[in-house]
Design a protein around this ligand. Sequence first.
Ligand code: PLP
Length: 423
Amino acid sequence: MSNVFPRDTRISPPVAVRGEGCYLIDSEGKRYFDGSGGAAVSCLGHGDAGVTAAIKDQLDRLAFAHTSFFTSEPAEALAELLIQHAPGDLSRVYFVSGGSEAVEAALKLARQYYVEIDQPERSRIIARRQSYHGNTLGALATGGNEWRRAQFGPLLLDVSHIAPCYEYRFKAEKETAHEYGQRAAQELEDEILRLGPDTVMAFVAEPVVGATLGAVPAVEGYFKRIREICDRYGVLLILDEVMCGMGRTGYLYACEADGVAPDILCIAKGLGAGYQPIGAMLCSGAIYDAIASGSGFFQHGHTYIGHPVATAAGLAVVRALLDRGLVAGVTSLGEKLDDALRSLLGQHPHVGDIRGRGLFRGIELVENRETKAPFDPSQKIAAKLKKAAMEAGLICYPMSGTIDGQKGDHILLAPPFIMTDDH
Ligand code: PLP
């Protein structure tokens, strides 16, 4: 009997004992191709000698120094590297231990920013339905994943949710993709006006929606319009790249493809690549300066922020991504994966859509291709697919999301950037 409290008490998962490149190996010796990096974590694959050596080296020198007393060499070096490549005015990095923590820090920083610049009436958050921003209470309230939120409703902040930019489901036939994107973005302006512009603090969105929709990028022009609307009303734009960032879409920062820079950006999964738990929140110079020249103290913090071993791992990961040309290779590998998926599944009667960017691909499953009707939830398609894939030696990430009230199923693929054509 296991004493571990598992995610799902209904299944007994195999015991993972080794990781080798693109493969995970269980205690029975069975090999699994890691086609989703868990949930878009393992961008470098498993057993990367460079990252392991960097972690060991840091452990030999310094495991921990609390950030209320010290900074550390790897945290400084990683922040410098992240900022060197960051879009817009992002110029400071706050390290945390994962994605939810990055989102919580972003929300609190946005709030404190408005308090510091004497606009304390700004506290409202607008986000999007069918989004996921984490499981802690602030992040969960911000996300629009109904299934994850359902039973915690009484504990959640009152966040406004507008529609996501989801071309396959919501673009009208008579519209161009661009027109649809402008219409979808208009919902943000309408909601800001409805709430009262002076009360709105931030808009939060994933540039490419991961777990809840299955790798759905916005259409061209959507985020540019979102940026304009935020600027017009003084609303901070927080982009959550916890899943889609760190090269996954072919750009170190996913928002580069949309030609926008946020005021605050959250990253996590690919930053530690699974070697250490780490996330980060990057913020603009203007936000940082407001705190620095105001109270001088960000009213936040956890014991393990800026952890030396975690930041040493992150530094080794980002160096590997850039110096080994791995991010540069993601676009062409992603195109090959997309071609392969289309030739295998493009005509499948239950595949409604194949989409994504780089090595971040989604397959939407439907009962009926013509009407786009999803499967009945009682069929538990995602759970069956996950089980069947594991039996066949493949880790992929099938999920049931919600499509405005209805359940819908998709499979997310996020393989390691070290994969080759053979894989
Ligand atoms: N934001 C996004 C977009 C995510 O996909 C996730 C996790 O899947 C999170 C936040 C939360 O990250 P974590 O699970 O590391 O807390």
